[in-house]
Design a protein around this ligand. Structure first.
Ligand SMILES: NC(=O)c1ccc[n+]([C@@H]2O[C@H](COP(=O)([O-])OP(=O)(O)OC[C@H]3O[C@@H](n4cnc5c(N)ncnc54)[C@H](O)[C@@H]3O)[C@@H](O)[C@H]2O)c1
Length: 267
């Protein structure tokens, strides 16, 4: 059911890789709610061709951009400016760690890989907002979101250096959000989502156990990707105008639950 929450709103959605991607679901719901947007992903991800299906279904243009490249991002925002003039929302749904992929233990981190994880998964959020702000492309009360995970607050071993990337990401949302709010009335938040079965999620060591544990230790169970998409769309809408500089948990209650009876029963 559509509420026309994003009627007339324009945006950029980073990070839809395949149907399981959280960003894919956000694009579908945003489209249903009346938004127009550009879909973007790294050139290597676009070669898989999956994104064409989503672009067709939502009437969107695809623009390639590696978020570690200022040149790619400048080009993306120039295209967005020509197409839409101003923007109302941006979704940053990007994460990648080579230490995670290669299953290198956190304490044995390879620092080139560690640096890359920070660059792709966190600093890119700063980069995106820096260009958006310099171009003055956001409308007042526009909404910028990045997706995070509770390993920014809690030690979760398999999450590796992505824990540090998420802590940095959330800090960038707060600090950039301060300046963007003061100067342009643009709001910036992160949504901390439950473990979700996606390509990025599946790369985490012990993801199956983490998924099951979080599901059992949340009174509502793990939040599905589609509900995360609904939450993102609400955050892009005018119903949430005064929410900024927050890390918002979308996790079925996991973050404030000590132990559920289900977990206790297993001990
Ligand atoms: N899956 C989970 O359990 C979970 C939980 C909480 C938060 N998140 C976060 O949600 C976001 C989306 O992840 P997902 O689970 O939908 O997985 P996903 O694998 O579908 O999405 C990750 C995306 O990052 C993109 N990406 C990687 N390197 C890039 C680069 N250099 N330039 C541009 N894009 C690049 C990938 O192409 C991919 O589209 C990530 O920030 C992730 O950390 C995921």
């Amino acid at each position: 059911m559509s509420y026309n929450l994003l009627k007339g709103k324009k945006g950029i959605i980073f990070g839809a890789l395949n149907e399981a991607s959280i960003a894919w679901k956000v694009a579908e719901v945003a489209h249903e709610e009346g938004a127009e947007f550009i879909l973007t992903n790294a050139p290597v991800a676009l070669r898989m061709g999956e994104l064409n299906k989503l672009a067709e279904a939502t009437g969107s243009e695809i623009v390639a951009a590696d978020v570690t490249s200022m040149e790619d991002l400048e080009n993306l925002f120039t295209i967005a400016e020509k197409k839409f003039g101003k923007l109302d929302f941006i979704l940053h749904s990007i994460g990648m760690s080579i230490n995670v992929r290669k299953k290198i233990e956190y304490t044995d981190a390879n620092y080139d890989f560690y640096h890359k994880a920070m660059d792709i998964s966190a600093m890119s959020f700063h980069r995106v907002m820096k260009i958006a702000k310099q171009k003055d492309i956001m409308n007042e009360w526009g909404s910028i979101l990045a997706l995070s995970f509770i390993a920014a607050q809690m030690a979760i071993p398999g999450y590796n250096d992505m824990s540090d990337a998420k802590a940095l990401l959330e800090s960038i949302a707060r600090t950039f959000g301060y300046y963007y709010g003061k100067d342009k009335k643009v709001r910036v938040n992160t949504i901390s989502q439950s473990p979700t079965k996606t390509t990025a999620g599946g790369g985490i060591k012990g993801f199956g156990a983490l998924y099951e544990y979080a599901d059992k230790n949340s009174p509502l169970g793990n939040a599905p990707a589609i509900d995360c998409a609904n939450y993102c769309v609400m955050m892009f809408s005018d119903l949430t105008k005064y929410i900024t500089m927050q890390n918002l948990f979308h996790d079925g209650g996991f973050s404030t639950t000590g132990l559920t009876e289900e977990i206790m029963g297993e001990l």
